[in-house]
Design a protein around this ligand. Structure first.
Ligand code: NAP
Length: 281
């Protein structure tokens, strides 16, 4: 489907940004929907970031994604929506009436992955355990609150950061000590790893899923490797899981729609392309 519309460009801004798989995903959708668009990587240092996003439109961009270490600056140097403000970091930028707006799409990414991989995961679920208290964990907690989970136990190496989530999101968030984790896992309906533990080059998240409920769902935010030691253990234990790659795929659609005007679909074909890239095949 050829089109005569003018070229629209979006980008991912980060430092480093070479590792990002967002261009593969967005350029796949651009080709699939026959759009005159392009999605590029923009390596930008923290010092350069404020000036870079202040001139995003002058650089030819209709918007973009923001990855580490700029997600908090993206929030401060744009007009965030309620979701980005609540989560405290932004990952998606677009223009609205000439104003640079931002949002956080990791929330719908996380929940969308769960809905796709473990349909009905929230039916009757009252208790969650979130391990981690950084940017991804904040999105996870927000998603659980939106879905009505009553008690969200947050366990983090640095306890102060878990306490900060209770301050941000209210009494449904219950900060807990790492030593309490084993006990909390036994009764949780859904358990999420939102740390860097298990990521390629990092030690694994060492928890024992042996005593968890048979119907518990295990969610992972990491997507390199595709199957973290946590997911491996969960699948061996026969538990339902949702992974970080689906989170990445499901978070991307809203930005794409804002920049290119088409709501893209997450398909098995796209997932296979991403998997192949991650596995280096
Ligand atoms: P972040 O803000 O830096 O938070 C990192 C978290 O990991 C903190 O809770 C930190 O604990 C914990 N942590 C790191 N090293 C640890 C260790 N050795 N032992 C115990 N805890 C440790 O990072 P983030 O933005 O939340 O990202 C976290 C992960 O989510 C990354 O792997 C990222 O790639 C992934 N992510 C995936 C998606 C997706 O679409 N799939 C989206 C966003 C993020 P402290 O507070 O104690 O330092």
């Amino acid at each position: 489907m050829a089109t005569t519309q003018t070229l629209r460009a979006a980008c991912i801004i980060g430092w480093p940004v070479e590792h990002s798989r967002s261009p593969l995903m967005h350029n796949h959708w651009i080709a699939k929907y026959g759009l005159n668009g392009i999605y590029r990587r923009e390596p930008v240092t923290a010092e350069e970031f404020p000036r870079f996003i202040a001139s995003l439109a002058d650089r030819g961009y209709v918007g973009g994604n923001v990855t580490q270490p700029h997600k908090d600056m993206a929030l401060r140097f744009s007009e965030p929506d309620d979701r980005a403000r609540a989560v405290g970091v932004a990952n998606t930028l677009w223009y609205e009436g000439g104003r640079l707006r931002s949002t956080n799409t990791d929330v719908e990414g996380f929940v969308g992955a769960l809905d796709a991989s473990a349909p009905g995961w929230d039916r009757g679920a009252t208790q969650a355990v979130v391990i981690g208290a950084g940017g991804a964990a904040r999105a996870v907690v927000y998603g659980f609150i939106e879905r009505g989970i009553e008690r969200i136990h947050v366990v983090n190496r640095t306890q102060d950061r878990a306490e900060a989530l209770r301050t941000a999101f209210g009494p449904r968030v219950i900060p807990a000590d790492w030593n309490a984790l084993a006990g909390l896992l036994k009764t949780a309906h859904v358990i999420a790893n939102a740390t860097n533990l298990g990521m390629k080059g990092n030690p694994p998240l060492e928890i024992d899923l042996g005593p968890v409920r048979d119907e518990a769902v295990i969610a992972e935010v990491i997507y390199v490797p595709l199957k973290t030691p946590l997911l491996e253990q969960a699948q061996q234990r026969g538990l339902r899981t949702s992974d970080g790659l689906d989170m990445l795929l499901y978070q991307a659609g809203r930005g794409f729609e804002k920049w290119f005007g088409v709501r893209p679909e997450v398909t098995p074909e796209l997932r296979a392309i991403m998997e192949k890239d991650i596995l280096g095949k």
